[in-house]
Design a binder for this molecule. Structure first.
Ligand code: GAF
Length: 384
């Protein structure tokens, strides 16, 4: 695990002196292998937790005040906030404040005061869930400070609610869920409607997952994400469905009366979501059968659909995918996460991982960074 704990402890000592920290927790970022923009449509997703984590270290204080420092590169100013009641600004602190607002400990009282430092190895704005990892790390920290009843699904749901309210991003459940539930050596097929999970082992040493960061910064707090969500709701309504999870491609394409009540844009958004849900269940089956070729083909189809129908890709991500899939031994590649920048995820033979990185460095117009990664554990307390 790439754990920035030392840094967090050093900054803690600098800001808060000799006492503590007594609490040290972590929560991972994630990469989504397939199933993009399906979670808020009640569909399937297939993410894995990453060995890149957000760490929070700290200690209780008795005056009810909360003081938090972040060391995260790219976080807005000020990097240190102190408050009794959560309020807005800076943006990075909203993720923590949202969790404080919605957290319910067993005692039922308000969250006690504390000093804390946040440090992270999840790149901010990289589409690897830096936000969810901060929320889940904050929740895990509060669990140490004033325990809750330990319900993990509730933990993920509370962190999602935190993101809806304070930062104001109407996200789905995928990122918080995998940051809580992640398992070493397993990707999780998550049914975002029932929240049932099917673990899928991803331990074949001949298979690797390469993440390439375009280093084009992605922001979910803009208007594009809520607009996509609204368009999906509109499409579901026009098709007479509660959500797009309930609609089939035949229904979307077949019924001209319903089709006519859909704008061209909403039609394409729905076509992405319905086909992506189908691709995700097929990909899960392919992974179980060790059919990496099929998995890779579905990844590329997913990317094309996100680029053309959902319109959440960008030229840099398209370019990274095109370069990667030309390398023999690469099964497939796609953008991952919300889009508009951030990362691609590539499934490939372990033996060609270095060659693929070299090829990307040679041909890509930007400055990429890479992680060859493995499915890792969900949030927890750091060992002493
Ligand atoms: C972001 C959101 F937070 C997720 O809920 C999900 O919708 C994803 O974009 C797209 O699949 O990460």
């Amino acid at each position: 695990m790439l754990v920035p704990e030392k840094e967090a402890r050093r900054v803690y000592a600098k800001n808060f002196g000799g006492n503590g920290p007594d609490i040290a927790v972590f929560a991972p970022g994630r990469v989504n292998l397939i199933g993009e923009h399906t979670d808020y449509n009640g569909g399937f997703v297939l993410p894995m937790a990453l060995p890149l984590v957000t760490v929070m270290v700290g200690t209780r204080r008795d005056d009810g005040k909360i003081c938090i420092v972040t060391t995260a590169e790219g976080a807005d100013e000020p990097k240190k906030v102190e408050f009794k009641t959560p309020s807005a600004a800076p943006k990075w602190a909203n993720y923590v404040k949202g969790v404080i607002q919605h957290y319910r400990g067993k005692s039922g009282g308000p969250v006690p005061g504390f000093n804390a430092v946040v440090a992270t190895s999840v790149p901010l704005g990289g589409g690897l869930s830096s936000s969810a990892s901060l929320e889940v790390a904050s929740y895990t920290f509060l669990q140490q400070l004033c325990p809750d009843d330990g319900d993990l699904v509730q933990k993920a749901l509370t962190c999602q609610k935190a993101e809806h309210t304070f930062p104001g991003v109407p996200c789905g459940i995928m990122d918080q869920f995998i940051s809580v539930m992640g398992k070493e050596g397993q990707a999780l097929l998550i049914d975002c409607r029932s929240l049932e999970v099917k673990p899928l082992p991803l331990t074949d040493p001949k298979l690797s997952v390469l993440i390439t960061n375009s280093n084009v910064r992605h922001e979910l707090t803009g208007s594009e994400y809520p607009t996509r969500r609204r368009q999906c709701e509109e499409a579901a309504k026009a098709l007479g469905k509660e959500s797009l999870r309930d609609a089939s491609m035949e229904e979307l394409e077949g019924n001209s009366a319903k089709k006519d009540s859909l704008s061209e844009v909403c039609y394409r958004r729905a076509r992405h979501v319905i086909s992506e849900i189908e691709r995700t269940t097929k990909a899960a089956e392919a992974l179980e059968n060790g059919d990496y070729q099929l998995f890779g083909k579905l990844m590329v189809e997913s990317h094309n659909s996100l680029r053309d129908d959902y319109e959440v890709s960008c030229p840099e991500l398209d370019e990274l995918v095109s370069i990667a899939v030309e390398v023999p031994g690469v099964y497939g590649s796609r953008m991952t996460g919300g889009g508009f920048g951030g990362c691609t995820v590539t499934l490939l033979e372990t033996s060609v991982a270095e060659r693929t990185k070299e090829r990307i460095k040679e041909k890509f117009r930007g400055s990429p960074s890479f992680y060859i990664t493995k499915p890792s554990a969900g949030s927890g307390v750091l060992p002493d």
